[in-house]
Design a protein around this ligand. Structure first.
Ligand SMILES: [Zn+2]
Length: 63
């Protein structure tokens, strides 16, 4: 697994910041990543981006 895969579900995280060096915009700049989700990332995959799906799901469950 590399940093282009979500550490929680294994799907592509579609993070522009991981894909190119000259990133100007990415969904992850606009959607807050909950600290609770970050704490679920296994130590081996710290630094990898969570995918939009998992973040969205988290916020949906909150409501
Ligand atoms: Zn995910």
């Amino acid at each position: 697994m590399n940093n282009t895969s979500c550490p929680l579900c294994g799907q592509s995280n579609s993070c522009e910041a991981e894909r190119s060096d000259a990133v100007s915009d990415c969904w992850c700049f606009h959607l807050p990543i909950p600290a609770e989700l970050r704490s679920r990332i296994p130590d081996a995959h710290r630094g990898a981006c969570i995918c939009q799906n998992c973040v969205q799901q988290y916020w949906n469950n909150k409501e």
